[in-house]
Every structure is written in C-alpha cells, then in structure tokens.
Design a protein. Structure first.
Length: 161
C-alpha cells in the first residue's frame, strides 16, 4: 500500500503549537494550494485549503520558522478522521500528517532564508540552494557572442561509454 502526498502552498495562518497530555508537541496549520488548471469561464485558478498536522520536532520546527503567508512544501500522508460534532452528528475530515516540511521560498521572498531548508522526522536538517543567484548555475555569464553554449577547448576522446 502507498499513502504519500506532496503539497506546496502558502500558510493561511500562523501554525498553532499545542502539546498532548504527555507533552508531545503537535502543530496544526492550513495551506492554500492552487490547482494546476484554470477555470475555462473565468481563467482563474481554484485554490484548495488543506489542513496539515505535524508532530514532535517537525511541529516545533514549523511553529518556530513558519508564519502566515510563507510558502511551504509538505511531504506526508493523507489521513481521514471520523469524529462527532457538538450536536452528536458524525463528521469526517481529511488532513495531511507531515513527515517533512521545507521552505518553498527564500528569505527575500518570504521572511526567511536564501536556502530551502527543511526538517526531516528523523532529526536531520537538509539544505540546498533554493535558486542559484547566477542564472547559469555558477558558471558565469554566457559567451560574449550571445551563444549560451560554448565550444570546449580540449577533447581527449575518452568517453565513459
């Protein structure tokens, strides 16, 4: 069986950090996620508002570094919960239980960093440049003649295949 979900969107509110009776941290927040297609009549994209729950170190990470409007990438699983409302009616809701959460923007774009850093449930941080500052990936500007591809000056003829 496979239950894996990846979503990317902006937080609709600041994460709410709580603790269970045993002291386990749990954070809940909601992401506004645009759909990939546009409505034919209006030309606008519909937005889904998806509830997310994070536990333990991931909950502390998201509550410390994320706030309303910040872009987040969430990796996790979909969970369906059945519950009873105040009037005794049976209800059902879907939420994403986050395994990993990453920044989806840079410090310049959001409030936060030049790197896309996330917290993994296993306790390690990962970081990689969100986007190279140089559009040519750190290899400098294109050749002066405007061609983005340059001729290699040496070719030893030894191909690995």
């Amino acid at each position: 069986m496979l239950n894996k979900i990846f979503i990317m969107g902006r937080l609709t509110r600041d994460p709410e950090l709580r603790r269970t009776q045993t002291g386990t941290p749990v954070a809940s927040f909601s992401l506004a996620v645009d759909r990939d297609f546009r409505d034919k009549s209006t030309g606008e994209r519909a937005t889904d508002f998806i509830d997310v729950v994070a536990w333990r170190q991931t909950a502390e990470f998201v509550s410390r570094y994320f706030s309303k409007g910040r872009m987040a990438v969430v990796e996790g699983r979909l969970q369906i919960r059945d519950w009873t409302d105040k009037e005794g009616g049976k209800r059902r809701s879907a939420e994403v239980v986050a395994d990993n959460i990453y920044f989806g923007d840079s410090k310049r774009d959001g409030d936060g960093g030049g790197y896309s850093t996330g917290y993994h449930q296993g306790g390690s941080y990962s970081s990689a440049p969100a986007a190279p500052a140089d559009p040519f990936g750190g290899y400098g500007a294109p050749p002066a003649d405007g061609d983005q591809f340059a001729e290699l000056s040496t070719d030893d003829g030894n191909l690995p295949f």
